[in-house]
Every structure is written in C-alpha cells, then in structure tokens.
Write a protein that binds this ligand. Structure first.
Ligand code: GDP
Length: 452
C-alpha cells in the first residue's frame, strides 16, 4: 500500500518524542525536520511540505498538553489534524444535476493514468446509486481504448456509446447526449483521449468538447505512481481547461503517495475518489480523515486522542453537574449545556429532558421518543429559548432573580416573542432548578449526567 515508507518514518519520529517527558522547542524543531524529510521523500510537493511544517510547528510549540496525552501524542494529534486539512477536510461528492436532468462528466488525464478503467468504475458506483449511466468512447486515437471501454462497460452492465474512430470527439459527445436524451440515461461520462505528455492538441480537443456540449463536471485522473509529475499535470489541466475534482489512481501500488497529499493544496481542487486496484470494484470514495489515519498508521493513538477530547467535555459537564446540585445553575450554564447537547448530536433523544419539552412541559408523554414534527417543534422552541437568553444582559443571565416585569418586557422585545413566553420560560427554569436541587440531594450517581 502507498505511504508505507512515510508511515514508518513518521512512526519513528513519534516514538522518539514519546520517550520525552516534556517537549522543548528544540525537540519539536528536530521532530519537524524529520517529518519534513519524510514528506519530501514521499514525493510531497516542496511548497506544500514547507507550509505544512510551518503550521504544525507553530501549533506544537507553546501548546498546552491535554489531559491524558503525552507530548508526543499531542504532536500526533496536530499532525493528524493538519494532514486532514491538507487533503481538504471534507469528503467531496461529484455534483450531479438536480432531479432527472442529465449530468455530463468529462474524464481527462494523460495516457495510462487509468482514465478508461476509472470511467467504468465510476459508472458502476453510480449505477448502484440508481443512476442510468452512458459511457462515451471519445478516445478515437486508440482502437484498443474503445474496445476496453466496451468490455468494461459490459462487465458493469452499463451501456457504451461509440462511433468508431472516424469522428471528431466533440461530435461524438453531441451525438451521445442526443442518444442519452432518447434513452433515458441521466449520467453521461465522456472518456476522452490522453497523450503521453500534456500537449496543445489534447487541450484543444477537450476545449472543443466543452464547447459542443454542456459539461457539468470535469474530472481529472492522475496516476499516483508518477509522484510530483501528477501534481504538475493537475495544475496545468486546471489552468488550461478547468477541473472540478481529481481521482488519484494506483494508490494500492508501491507508490510513495505524495500526489494524494499535494494535489488539493496545489490546485485547490478536491480528491473525489482513489483507485485502489485494477478490479472494477477498486474505487474508493475519498475521506481525508481516514486517509490521514491510514498514513499515520496509528488508529489506537488517534482513538486515545478522541477520548481525551471527549474528557474535556466531560469535565465541563461535571462542573455543571456540581453547580446544579448546589442549584447555582444559571442561564449561561443553560446556553453552555444546549451547546454541548448539540455537540453530542441529535437533539431528539435529549430534547425531552429540556424544560417545557419533556414530561414537564408536555411535548409527547413518552418524552424520549419524539417524532419528526415534534422534534421540529422542539427545535423551534429551543431556538426561541436561546433567543430569549441572548436578549438578557450578562447580569441577568447570571442572576435570574433580577428578572422583573420591565426587564422581561425588554427581553421579549429583543427576542421577538410574547412576554408570556418569557414568563413561562423563567418559571420553568426555576422549577428545573428546584428539581435539580432535589435530584442533587437524592444523589443519583453517574459519570456523565445531563444537567436537566
Ligand atoms: P488510460 O490510458 O488513462 O485510459 O488508462 P487505463 O484505464 O487503460 O489504465 C492503465 C493501466 O492502469 C491499466 O493496466 C489499468 O488496469 C491500470 N489501473 C488503473 N487504475 C488502477 C488502480 O487504481 N490501481 C492499479 N493497480 N492499476 C490501475
């Protein structure tokens, strides 16, 4: 698998760091030098490496070490986050036209990059997603390319449109689109001709296709084995014809993998998929976080880091639980706890415990099980509640007893709600505090308990 050597080198750097009790600035700098060497050896673009090291170093020096992590793990955490960000952070989907409209994708790339194979792989993926693809043989220079597309299309159970070798690619594209309209194909993928090197004719031909039919997505296929060249090719294609995304092939091989790490930073265009083998099923959607963790080869440490991060939230929750027991819970804490709940994902499960939403306020007797419309209603309520709290002064949030009628009127105006709603919220808040005090005395023990 690609990156093996990079993974090994990075692991050595981290191993050396782990044996240190505290990291000095020199330790960090030394480690950065080694990471830099490892990335350059993996064929990552020089400018990209320089920038990457600068970012990691800035963050690593002067960073507080998180509870439960040693300094070496802290550096791993930063390197991991920077690797993810380098590769674009988010997974990018190919943008399809809405509804039943036909999406036209033009595949581009040098000869041998894996264009024809990837075209068929992609068609298979979209067929599974319910699309009806049409593959179009626009590579008229190599009869073998047409045959290859036909064979692969057949294997995927996908129709292939071809007009042989005696037509201009732009005309073939036009005819293919008419064919798609008649036959109900909603995804047209054009397999274009590559050359051994970038040349004007190839670019002109792609341009001509773009003028003949409306191309919605231009996807460049690059070969990871060609290292830095692949990235230079991507930059040139992007400048000359404009690309929307990249597919990096042959990451399964013994490649150094640098292209996958550099291409987003150099071209600004995301990696959409990666080719992981010659079989037609060997195409994987690209997840920057999974790739980073694969490169670091440290699944266990990354899990540990996640836990440490979760513990920080837990600390906050404990602090809040302590306050609640003493009934010191105020509106600031309320806002903080709603934030935490959102972080925990999925409002519906926890909403029922909020004042005015669960058994106390009565949205659904079962409390925990809200259906969609109830969840929506509860979310709206919660947003209004937040708006009311944001309309309070800091003193009012800390000391709800200050809320006299004139202050309540002001808050209602600020939040755009009726005064009765402010009254209701304050009443429920006070009831909740009373209840918490009782629960506190009752002493229900739990590692992490919601503050409501
Ligand atoms: P094209 O000239 O760009 O159309 O390239 P082809 O699709 O003909 O592919 C060139 C060679 O690369 C073929 O032997 C493919 O089987 C191989 N290939 C394509 N993608 C991958 C991949 O992800 N991994 C591996 N190992 N080989 C691949």
């Amino acid at each position: 698998m690609a990156f093996d050597s990079l993974t090994e080198k990075l692991q050595n750097v981290f191993r050396n760091l782990r044996s240190k009790g505290r990291l000095t600035e020199d330790d960090v700098k030394e480690a950065m030098k080694e990471i830099k060497r490892a990335l350059l050896a993996a064929d990552v673009n020089f400018k990209v490496v320089k920038n990457f090291i600068k970012n990691v170093q800035e963050r690593a020096i002067g960073q507080d070490v998180m509870n439960g992590l040693n300094p070496g793990q802290m550096v791993i955490k930063i390197v991991n986050e920077e690797l993810i960000s380098l590769m674009g952070s988010e997974t990018t989907e190919i943008k399809l036209q809405p509804g039943s409209a036909i999406t036209v994708i033009m595949m581009a790339g040098l000869q041998g990059a894996g264009k024809t194979t990837t075209t068929a792989k992609l068609a298979g993926k979209y067929k599974l997603k319910g699309k009806k693809p049409l593959l179009v043989a626009c590579d008229v220079y190599r009869p073998a390319a047409i045959k290859q597309l036909q064979v692969n299309g057949e294997k995927q159970g996908v129709e292939v449109f071809s007009m042989g070798e005696n037509h201009k690619p732009s005309n073939i594209a036009k005819a293919a689109l008419e064919h798609a309209q008649k036959n109900g194909n909603n995804l047209v993928i054009l397999d274009t001709a590559g050359r051994l090197h970038i040349d004007e004719d190839m670019m002109a031909e792609l341009q001509e296709i773009k003028e003949a039919v409306e191309v919605h997505q231009t996807i460049l296929v690059i070969d990871a084995m060609t290292g830095q060249d692949a990235v230079n090719v991507a930059e040139e294609f992007n400048q000359k014809i404009g690309i929307d995304g990249v597919i990096v092939t042959k990451l399964d091989g013994d490649t150094r993998g640098g292209a996958a790490l550099s291409v987003k930073a150099v071209t600004g265009k995301p990696i959409l998929y990666v080719g992981m083998g010659e079989k037609l099923s060997d195409l994987e959607q690209f997840y920057p976080d999974r790739m980073a963790s694969r490169i670091l080869g440290m699944g266990d440490v990354l899990t540990l880091i996640e836990k440490a991060e979760a513990e920080i939230d837990e600390e906050k929750a404990k602090e809040m639980s302590r306050k609640m027991k003493k009934a010191q819970f105020d509106f600031d804490d309320f806002l903080e706890s709603t934030k935490q709940m959102k972080n925990m994902g999925g409002l519906s499960g926890i909403l029922s415990m909020l004042p005015g939403m669960g058994p106390m306020g009565g949205l659904g007797k079962k409390g925990m099980q809200l259906d969609d419309s109830q969840t929506e209603e509860a979310e709206k309520k919660m947003a209004r509640m937040e708006a009311m709290i944001y309309s309070m002064t800091p003193q009012e949030r800390r000391d709800p007893d200050l809320l006299n009628p004139s202050r309540k009127h002001r808050i209602a105006r600020g939040a755009g709600v009726d005064i009765s709603e402010v009254n209701r919220m304050v009443k429920q808040f006070n009831e909740m505090k009373k209840m918490m005090k009782m629960m506190g005395k009752g002493g229900k023990k739990g590692k992490f308990r919601l503050p409501f």
